[in-house]
Ligand binder design. Structure first.
Ligand SMILES: [Zn+2]
Length: 205
């Protein structure tokens, strides 16, 4: 029944124990009995579907950054600000730590993650490894913890709560684009990309 002949052996990336591979059923997760770490997870999304999701997320990301996310009331003035507007204001208002945290969790890390995934999946869809594959997969591994939806949502909450100290805050449409983006980012964090290692190098055939 095996189609495409997946590799027969599986190595635990935490303790290097080698296992014979078994095809997983929907919803199944393979755990290493030695160190109890997850070594494989059933893949329910193929690269083409994932790529479509990444493009959707990028669109939401662009909208989230173009539309104002909040209207700030300051001294009788009403100002609608975008995410970057807010980051700059917080920096000027001596909330530098929150400003940097917001820029990192709501802008840079999601953008890096989506770009990396988009690049890797674009080639995966064609059945090959993307240029720079190994290095980018390692980079993605390090970026991942910083784009987890919890961090993402926390960044938004912290910045809005913190902004309340300085301004009167009313939410705007951009925040809904961020909400949609959060849902998509949550989806990606459950995606197992280890299968991509089985793809051949470009021009290897
Ligand atoms: Zn292990």
């Amino acid at each position: 029944m095996d189609s495409g002949a997946p590799q027969q052996l599986l190595v635990c990336e935490y303790c290097d124990t080698v296992y014979r591979r078994r095809r997983l059923a929907r919803g199944e997760v393979a755990e290493c009995p030695r160190c109890l770490c997850e070594i494989e997870r059933y893949q329910w999304l193929n690269p083409a579907v994932l790529l479509a999701l990444i493009l959707t997320a990028l669109l939401a990301f662009v909208q989230a950054n173009i539309f104002p996310i909040v209207t700030l009331g300051l001294g009788g003035q009403q100002n609608s600000v975008t995410l970057w507007g807010m980051i700059v204001i917080m920096w000027r208002e001596h909330a530098q730590v929150v400003s940097v945290l917001t820029a990192a969790t709501l802008f840079f890390f999601p953008l890096i993650k989506m770009s990396l995934l988009g690049w890797l999946l674009w080639f995966a869809r064609l059945g090959v490894r993307a240029p720079g594959f190994a290095r980018l997969m390692v980079l993605l591994h390090y970026v991942n913890p910083w784009t987890m939806s919890e961090v993402f949502v926390l960044g938004a909450l912290v910045s809005i709560v913190k902004a309340h100290v300085y301004f009167e805050v009313v939410v705007d449409p951009g925040i809904y684009a961020y909400a949609a983006l959060t849902v998509l980012i949550t989806l990606f964090s459950g995606v197992d990309l280890r299968d991509l290692w089985e793809l051949p190098e470009r021009g290897a055939t």
